[in-house]
Design a protein. Structure first.
Length: 295
C-alpha cells in the first residue's frame, strides 16, 4: 500500500511538458475596391447605378429606402410635319420601406393633344405613381418591379398607367433596362398607348461618365382607330454625366425610325438625390474581397 501510494503521488507531481504550437501557412486575402457603380447600397443591397436613374426613358428597380430624388426634364420634338414642340417635367421620387416607392410628376407643355402646331405654355398634367420591387436586388432574375400610376390631365380625360420594369448588369460596367407600358384614358377618345422601351449603357469613367443607347417603340390609338394604331419607333445615343456623387445630367437625342415617329426628339434631364438613403459609403473607403465583386 505504501509503495502504491508513493507511485501515485509521483505521477500527480509530474509536470506535463508544454505543447509546441504549430505554425500554419500564411494566407493572403487580396482586397479590391468595390466597382463604383456596382457597390451595394441601401437596405435592399442594390447596386449604386440603380439608385441614380441611369436612363431617361427606361426605369430600373426602386429608390433606396429614405432616398429622395428631384428631377427636371426638358423634351423638344420635331414632328414629321415640321412643327417644333416643347415639354417641361418636374418629378419628385421617394423610397419607402419594403421596396416601395412613390412618385409625383408635374408637366408643362406648349401644345395640346389633337391641335396641330405649338401654342402657349400651360399646365398639362399631374401624375401620382406607386412602384414596388418584388424582392431585394438579384434575389429574382431580372429584378422585376411593378408600377401603377394615375394621371390627372388638365385639358383631357384622366388616364391610368401600368408598367413592368426589368433590369440588371451584364458586367460590372454594362447596365441595361427594359420597360413594358400601357396607358389608357378613361374618357373622351379613350386614347391608349402600348410601348416597350430599352436602354444599354457602359460606364466609361466609373461614377462619372456613362455612354449608351436608348430606344422606344409604341403604338397609339383611340376608340376609332384600335385596328390601325399609329406606330412610333425612335432610337439614339445616350450620355450621362455625374458632376458630383449625387447629381446627374442626361442628354439623349432620338431619331425617328418610322414615318409617324418624330424626326428628332431631344431629352435633357437633371437629377439630384438626397435624404437618409442617398449615401453610398464612398466616404468609408470600403474594400471587399475579390470573390465578392459584383455580388
Amino acid at each position: 500500500m505504501l509503495l502504491g501510494f508513493a507511485g501515485a503521488t509521483g505521477v500527480v507531481a509530474q509536470v506535463a511538458p508544454a505543447e509546441t504550437p504549430t505554425k500554419l501557412e500564411t494566407v493572403m486575402v487580396a482586397g479590391l475596391p468595390v466597382p463604383g457603380e456596382n457597390k451595394a447600397m441601401g437596405s435592399y443591397q442594390q447596386p449604386e447605378w440603380t439608385a441614380r436613374r441611369p436612363f431617361v426613358m427606361t426605369r430600373v428597380y426602386v429608390q433606396p429606402e429614405g432616398q429622395a430624388e428631384v428631377e427636371l426634364g426638358y423634351d423638344t420634338v420635331s414632328d414629321p410635319d415640321g412643327f417644333q414642340t416643347h415639354l417641361f417635367r418636374q418629378e419628385l421620387e421617394y423610397g419607402l420601406p419594403q421596396r416601395w416607392q412613390v412618385d409625383l410628376e408635374n408637366t408643362f407643355q406648349d401644345f395640346k393633344e389633337g391641335v396641330t402646331g405649338t401654342g402657349v405654355w400651360h399646365h398639362d398634367s399631374t401624375a401620382v405613381e406607386l412602384r414596388h420591387a418584388l424582392a431585394d436586388w438579384d434575389k429574382i432574375p431580372l429584378n422585376p418591379t411593378l408600377s401603377a400610376a394615375w394621371k390627372v390631365n388638365a385639358h383631357a380625360a384622366d388616364a391610368f398607367e401600368g408598367q413592368l420594369l426589368l433590369g440588371s448588369e451584364l458586367t460590372p460596367r454594362w447596365h441595361w433596362g427594359v420597360n413594358f407600358l400601357r396607358e389608357q384614358q378613361v374618357g373622351d377618345d379613350r386614347f391608349r398607348e402600348q410601348s416597350v422601351s430599352g436602354a444599354l449603357s457602359y460606364s466609361l469613367v466609373n461614377e462619372k461618365l456613362n455612354l449608351g443607347v436608348e430606344t422606344k417603340y409604341g403604338e397609339e390609338s383611340d376608340k376609332d382607330t384600335r385596328g390601325n394604331p399609329v406606330r412610333r419607333w425612335a432610337a439614339g445615343p445616350s450620355l450621362q454625366w455625374r458632376p458630383t456623387d449625387q447629381t446627374h445630367l442626361d442628354l439623349v437625342p432620338l431619331l425617328g425610325m418610322t414615318k409617324d415617329a418624330p424626326r428628332l426628339e431631344v431629352f435633357v434631364f437633371f437629377g439630384f438625390e438626397f435624404g437618409a438613403g442617398a449615401g453610398d459609403g464612398d466616404d468609408k473607403k470600403k474594400v471587399e474581397p475579390a470573390s465578392l465583386r459584383g455580388r
